[in-house]
Design a protein around this ligand. Structure first.
Ligand code: AMP
Ligand code: GLY
Length: 419
């Protein structure tokens, strides 16, 4: 079995790490990968969105399964291209990836199938959007329709902020064509959780819930990042709530999408707000979350390769997916300055001094001679489990403290709300 994982973050390193434990002992490839993936897989120097080159390489190397980490290649049609030439892919086609790539379409779908979400309106004209915003109560949320790498959402507390956001997205095109349409929606109050599911287009298998931390500093201060840490499971999400989300969100969406003529397979990621009226959808992603994956997959008891193959082949209903009870906590070690300007190329020390059961997943790292050096904003995710969240958290931080590089920065409050 030969498996290619597309992407270069800690999410992809985690997927590879879990695949490496499969009893099928797959040969693993990572494109383009990073300094950590190169230790357990063969890094292939092709970018995640170079779809034609990836397809040619996968054909030439007789790849049995391709797993796609990030959204961009899916939105650009990687799965369509691969399937046309007979290659098996874990991840949705371009049509399915619209669930993440177009917030307006995701909203239409949710409204059509009765999925609980914030009240919203979609606009193609900035003037109409501005008129609407002025008539709405505060706070109000303005979102670019398209993929905007986390820069397309503004939670505005004043009308001026909302109007400025509309103007930037629609007139100044600060997120490019992502701002051709905007969704303006009601602001929801509550606590956020991510619930991801495996789906082959008919069977839906929820994973364990996880919480991520998007702001760069403790207490959710500072700018948004790709994610500074995560933990699983959150105490405020009960088993019963997971079932409720499965029935009111995940299944209606997967079955609704099928009714629209789209066979959706791979991961469906629901970003939810747990409100006083129950769980409501903030967004969907068409892929694994980062850093959620780093804390979810260590809790998976089943063989990930088997789950992924069955998902891709439409046979997910044939198995039970099992999870460990032990909670997990993951802390992202970042380059100081991220998500703004930061320096690269600092040697990373301490990687070989970690506890035997601590996990470290690489993102912005690369191999330089015998050293591993920093090469990105988010550098590593250190993950640990424990008998309870307190212990998982202590284990994660004790190991995070052993790692050193110049200007290291990480949040100290990951999972603190669970204590
Ligand atoms: P999204 O990319 O849609 O998940 O939005 C990014 C972040 O903006 C979310 O994780 C929330 O923190 C916030 N957000 C988005 N939509 C809403 C909403 N309707 N009410 C409150 N916060 C929101
Ligand atoms: N953790 C948020 C995301 O992966 O989009």
């Amino acid at each position: 079995m030969r498996v290619l994982v597309v992407g270069s973050g800690a999410r992809e390193h985690t997927i590879l790490w879990k695949l490496a434990q499969s009893p099928s002992a797959p040969r693993l490839y990572s494109a383009p990968g990073n300094g950590g993936t190169g230790l357990i897989a063969e890094n292939v120097a092709i970018g995640a969105t170079e779809i034609d080159r990836l397809a040619e390489w996968a054909l030439a190397n007789a790849i049995d399964l391709t797993v796609v980490g990030p959204e961009d290649p899916l939105a650009a049609g990687l799965a369509d291209r691969f399937r046309r030439v007979g290659l098996l892919v874990f991840g949705p086609t371009k049509d399915g990836a619209r669930i993440e790539g177009s917030k307006a379409w995701a909203k239409e779908l949710m409204n059509r199938y009765g999925v609980p979400t914030a009240r919203s309106a979609t606009f193609t004209s900035p003037t109409a959007a501005e008129e609407y915003v002025k008539s709405q109560p505060l706070p109000i949320v303005v979102k670019a329709d398209g993929l905007a790498a986390g820069k397309g959402v503004v939670v505005a507390t004043t009308h001026e902020q909302a109007l400025a956001a509309i103007s930037q997205l629609m007139r100044d095109k600060t997120t490019g064509s992502a701002g051709d349409r905007v969704v303006v929606e009601e602001c929801l109050e509550g606590t956020e959780v991510s619930l991801l599911a495996f789906t082959d287009g008919s069977t839906v298998v929820p994973m364990v819930p996880a919480c991520d931390y998007k702001r760069v500093f403790d207490d959710d201060q500072g700018p948004n990042t790709g994610g500074m840490g995560a933990y699983s499971p959150p105490r405020f999400v009960t088993r019963q709530m997971v079932e409720q989300i499965e029935e009111t969100v995940l299944k209606p969406v997967v079955h609704g999408v099928a009714r629209e003529g789209i066979s959706y397979s791979g991961v469906l990621y629901a970003g939810l707000m747990i409100t006083s009226n129950g769980p409501m959808v903030l967004e969907f992603n068409c892929r694994f979350g980062d850093p959620e994956t780093q804390v979810i997959l260590p809790r998976l008891k089943s063989d990930l390769l088997d789950v992924m193959l069955r998902t891709a082949e439409g046979r997910l209903g044939e198995i039970q997916v099992e999870w460990h009870d032990k909670p997990s906590c993951g802390v992202v070690l970042a380059s100081g300055g991220y998500p703004g300007e930061f320096a690269r190329g600092y040697p990373i020390a301490g990687l070989d001094s970690l506890d035997a059961d601590a996990l470290v997943f690489h993102a912005g790292t690369k191999r330089q001679g015998d050293d591993i050096v920093t090469s990105g904003g988010r550098v590593l995710t250190v993950v640990a489990t424990g008998r309870d969240m307190r212990e998982a958290r202590q284990n994660a931080y004790r190991n995070a403290e052993k790692i050193r590089f110049t200007d290291i920065h990480y949040r100290k409050d990951i999972a603190a709300r669970e204590l």
